[in-house]
Design a protein. Structure first.
Length: 480
């Protein structure tokens, strides 16, 4: 096995020389050869799902290894099953009526940014969709999760080679410096960046001049309106927000509940081990959970259990507390906990009625989460559609745990993905759950097809400035 290595101020050319050589071989693969490689990589990643999860939790100190196992399952098994039958080589469609033929081509070498919150699952996911589309991939892991990301990459690469994949089809960086990553981003041979991670790196990717499929921040509001099944809604929110201690960017960040059911909702949360903070406790938590100087969540609380965060904030709470609910009087910088915090912390809002609840959700959505995900619990279809139409979000989760629902494949038929587009609102090119189909160049064969009606039409009519479009259309239809 050949591992990507670098020297001090690394020569980026070596990565692209290797990637270009791999691309040249890959371009000659048939669909059957490609699919054999992808299956082998999926099977290897799935077989190591537990060990990789434990390694990621041990190295980063974030989340729960049991939940990271599920992330690895989504990234391997669910993604594989979703892309298994996708045509990615040669002619992928042929329309005898239009005469249009579509041919799939690889885009070329891909740089994949791997976040600390999902170091093994994101690596597996991006490797699978890259190999399915015959694109060599270079992984740039987080320095805080390098060992686990590297291990995932090595497992996938070994399996790919054993299935006769091109040498260097998967590379990963020994030097995780921002300087090296930025040098790779701007290289003329790089075809595409898959940017999942912190806002700074994603912004650098978009500024590099290389086409980028990136993500935006998530500040997910969940609306509980009066027709909702309250015990079910609270149970599902707890399942979502406690999953890997809130490290998925699609996890709920604020609960907005109609006043008519607010007491019932609050009582249900308390049954599940949630604690509603007093005004004084909210201030204590803000100091620990939010970095006011930077205007972002404090990394020290990310992926930590509620009891530990409570101790960090000096709160005297039961050791078995599961979730911290922070009542808020508004949305914006003056209310720090109305912002995204990837931990078992939820802002709490009570709205007078449904229109007020919707307006609060819009405010939260625009406060750092445009284009990402919103959630609603309701049994009123008209209200669900009204809510969805007013939200600027790529994914509207309905009666679903937002974390697991947004990544797809568990509660719905969204493409399983660890890269969730946020559309133009989130400064992304797509609102899709990014998958293999996004990593293809599609060539179009367009055969000449004469428009017989137009050939027989007097084209001189188009040169007559006294005729408007309606008059010309009438003349055209009169003859035919």
């Amino acid at each position: 096995m050949h591992r990507a290595t670098v020297s001090p101020l690394p020569d980026v050319e070596q990565y692209f020389q290797r990637a270009s050589a791999a691309a040249a071989v890959f371009s000659q693969f048939t669909q059957q050869q490609t699919d054999r490689v992808v299956k082998a990589v999926y099977e290897a990643a799935f077989a190591h799902r537990v060990g990789l999860a434990k390694l990621a939790q041990e190295e980063t100190g974030l989340g729960k290894w049991q939940d990271k196992v599920i992330k690895n399952v989504v990234a391997s098994q669910f993604v594989y099953e979703d892309i298994r039958d996708l045509k990615t080589v040669g002619i992928i469609s042929e329309d005898p009526i239009t005469g249009i033929v579509e041919i799939a081509q690889p885009v070329g070498p891909i740089l994949a940014i791997i976040p600390v919150t999902n170091p093994t699952s994101t690596a597996i996911f991006k490797i699978l969709i890259a190999l399915k589309t015959r694109n060599p991939i270079i992984l740039s892991p987080s320095r805080k999760a390098k060992r686990s990301s590297d291990e995932a990459a090595q497992i996938c690469y070994r399996a790919a080679l054993e299935a006769d994949a091109p040498e260097h089809c998967v590379q990963w960086l020994d030097d995780c410096s921002r300087e090296l990553t930025q040098a790779l981003m701007g290289h003329k041979c790089l075809a595409l960046i898959l940017a999942t991670g912190g806002a700074g790196l994603v912004k650098s990717a978009y500024s590099s001049g290389t086409p980028t499929l990136g993500v935006g921040a998530g500040n997910v509001p969940v609306c509980i309106e009066r027709s909702a099944d309250v015990p079910f809604a609270v149970e599902q929110i707890m399942i979502s927000k406690l999953f890997d201690y809130g490290t998925i960017c699609a996890s709920e960040q604020a609960v907005v509940v109609e006043k008519a059911v607010a007491e019932e909702v609050a009582a249900e949360f308390r049954k599940h081990g949630a604690h509603f903070l007093s005004d004084a406790e909210v201030i204590q938590l803000e100091r620990v959970a939010f970095d006011a100087a930077e205007g972002v969540m404090n990394p020290a609380v990310v992926g930590q259990p509620a009891a530990k965060i409570a101790r960090m904030a000096g709160l005297d709470l039961p050791a078995d507390v599961q979730l911290l609910l922070a009542p808020q009087g508004g949305v914006g910088p003056e209310w720090p906990l109305s912002s995204e915090v990837l931990a078992p912390i939820l802002a709490w809002y009570v709205a007078e009625d449904f229109p007020s609840a919707v307006n609060l959700c819009i405010d939260l959505n625009f406060h750092g989460g445009i284009g990402h995900t919103v959630s609603i619990f309701s049994n009123d279809d008209a209200r669900i559609k009204e809510f969805a139409a007013l939200m600027n979000a790529g994914r509207i989760m309905v009666n679903t745990p937002s974390s697991q629902g947004a990544v797809g494949g568990i509660y719905n038929m969204l493409h399983p993905s660890l890269t969730l587009g946020c559309g133009t609102g989130g400064k992304n090119i797509t609102t899709d759950n990014v998958t293999a189909s996004h990593l293809l160049n599609i060539q179009l064969i367009a055969r000449r097809r004469e428009n017989q009606r137009l050939k027989q039409f007097d084209l001189n009519l188009y040169y007559d400035e006294s005729l408007d479009a309606a008059a010309i259309t009438r003349a055209f239809n009169k003859n035919f």
